[in-house]
Design a protein around this ligand. Structure first.
Ligand code: ADP
Ligand code: MG
Length: 362
């Protein structure tokens, strides 16, 4: 790590505290714990970078490897994030998805195995959520601008015009030829609701290939935890959607967690909150929920990511049903800040902050 990493990192942490949905509570930053009696001392190495429009944090705990060796692996991990960002971008000219979109209504486009795999998975979640998550939601590209100052609402006519172009059923995937075809001109696919989760999985695979088993990888609201931080567990928390602080601590490991919140990218106009999770039925931000945290016991972050977006759009009742169907756990916080938990979770309310665990550990 660079000599000034510590100072930079603290800055990034402060930014990320306000950005991410499920927050990682760290005891101390980047220091080694006292040595275990006989084994080599525990090294805890962490680094953070802004990529894919969010903050990425990787923390590794190891008794076996030197800090330098871990730092080298982590540099490769950040390179991997950049690679996937370039691969799966839909708006950068020349990317595979950009080609698919510019050939909408014209002809199928052949893509790499990797892109095809993520698109297939996004299609799967479009199907099981009956279009609450819709890989073709990008037809609304440019309609909603959450960075504009002062904020303005889109023209309702424009939303009405584009809405029929959101329809994953008009997307043809041909696994044999590995081609993707959008059947109508103006249709667009985008992986904004699943790409970060997939990238978390890539980073974890890279860490594992390098013999690292105890880690915490966080890309905005998507994360995976594995093993422990020496003798202590990794600690995650679900953020309060409307103020500083946490609603729940998560005492979990070897799982993937994804949070979608209406506080991540939004503006408020005439007392109404407009955020970045869009209901494909209306073309407007989904109503009724303020945050969804999905826990995937099978530790696939890609699936958890798509599910948190899908469940957010579906709302409490249908969202809980989909979680059960896909065998994932979750916490849905509605717009009145009431929480709904799936049956596989238990809560210890005697703790200072209610602490959530899986009834059956994976
Ligand atoms: P974040 O990107 O903040 O982690 P999510 O995982 O919930 O949040 O994904 C939100 C992103 O997913 C949006 O920024 C957009 O790119 C995309 N998206 C929004 N609505 C939908 C939808 N209904 N179906 C699929 N993707 C969506
Ligand atoms: Mg998501």
């Amino acid at each position: 790590m660079q000599p000034n990493t510590q100072a930079t990192f603290v800055g990034i942490m402060l930014v990320s505290l306000t950005l991410v949905g499920a927050l990682v509570l760290m005891r101390r930053v980047g220091h080694s714990a006292p040595p275990a009696s006989s084994a080599a001392p525990l090294a805890v190495v962490r680094d953070a970078r802004p990529l894919m429009g969010t903050i990425w944090e990787i923390t590794v705990a190891t008794h076996e490897k030197s800090r330098q060796a871990v730092a080298a692996v982590m540099r490769d991990a950040f390179k991997e994030i950049e690679r996937v960002e370039n691969l799966l971008s839909d708006w950068r000219k020349g990317t595979e998805l950009n080609q698919v979109n510019t050939h909408a209504g014209v002809q199928p486009v052949a893509v790499s195995e990797e892109t095809f795999k993520v698109v297939e998975r996004a299609y799967h979640f479009s199907e099981v959520s009956e279009g609450a998550f819709d890989i073709t939601f990008n037809a609304l590209w440019g309609v909603w601008d959450f960075n504009k100052k002062p904020p303005t609402l889109p023209d309702p006519e424009e939303i009405k015009e584009r809405l029929p172009l959101i329809n994953y059923r008009r997307l043809a995937l041909n696994p044999k030829e590995r081609t993707i075809f959008l059947k109508e001109q103006g249709m667009k696919i985008g992986l904004g609701g699943i790409a970060k989760g997939y990238t978390v999985d890539r980073v974890c695979a890279l860490l594992e290939r390098n013999g690292l088993k105890n880690y915490l990888v966080v890309g905005g609201g998507d994360m995976r935890v594995s093993g422990s931080r020496g003798k202590s567990p990794w600690r995650l928390a679900v953020r309060h959607p409307r103020k500083e602080g946490y609603l729940y601590l998560l005492d979990v490991t070897n799982i993937a967690v994804s949070t979608s919140g209406d506080y991540e990218r939004y503006f408020i106009l005439n007392g109404q909150r407009y955020h970045h999770i869009i209901d494909p039925k209306t073309g407007y931000p989904a109503r009724g929920v303020s945050s969804v945290t999905v826990i995937n016991p099978r530790a696939c972050s890609m699936d958890a990511d798509a599910m948190s977006t899908a469940v957010f759009v579906l709302g409490v009742e249908k969202g809980l049903r989909l979680l059960r169907q896909e065998k994932m756990e979750g916490i849905i916080v509605d717009e009145n800040l009431r929480s709904y938990l799936t049956d596989g979770l238990k809560v210890d309310r005697t703790a200072q902050i209610p602490t959530v665990r899986l009834k059956e550990s994976p």
